[in-house]
Design a protein around this ligand. Sequence first.
Ligand code: 13P
Length: 249
Amino acid sequence: MRPFIAANWKLHKTVEESVETAARLKIIIEGVNDRDILVCPPFTALEEIYHVIEGTNIMLGAQDVFWEEEGAFTGEVSPEMLKNVGCEYVIIGHSERRKYFNETDETVNKKIRASFADELKVILCVGETEEMRDQAKHRDFVEKELEDGLKNISSSDAKMLAVAYEPIWAIGTGQTATPEQAQEMHAFIRDRLSVIFDQKTADSIRILYGGSVKPDNVKELMSQKDINGALVGGASLDAESFGKIIKGF
Ligand code: 13P
């Protein structure tokens, strides 16, 4: 499967800073054609970045989307609006949105279906807290996130889907899941996807790992059978460090 390395810049960078980072990244990854690369800057920088990366193999993504096409929904942005500024992908259901902005499996599902209706590809984020893992409830929790988040989505639409396994205890903590822990959950997720869709579809969906991915741990993580990519936060803010992750396996 073609590896997929994605940057989630979260609430960082002005337009100028975003453009500068994207321009540096463009130079660093020149000639790298055997993997998919995605940057997800804040909404305000999307259009400008699109012009910087146009014609390269870096794709553009947003960090969230709303499910309605238009209307009186102050502050929201639709899938069509994201496509309109050059987005190919959107991240949906990040744990930070679930924690701070009341995102639920139900709203995640609405957002995914609306995105697919406009042919906007999706990275669905799932992952458990440390407490859930301690109580051995992490599998059940992730299973529910997948089942409810992916309700009423066809196997053919699942071609536009990637899943990111991001254990909450590993996000921004420097405490990466071990390659074995990650592999175990990725295999579990693929198995659940085979029940939700079918085996062939599950085998074609890329499952990314996220949570303190750095240049020095990407290789070991990417060597695992069911780890098909990475969703990188902190270490993607610097073009050199993100470039090392992209080239580091
Ligand atoms: P960090 O790489 O900073 O741990 O963040 C991971 C993440 O949340 C990516 O979406």
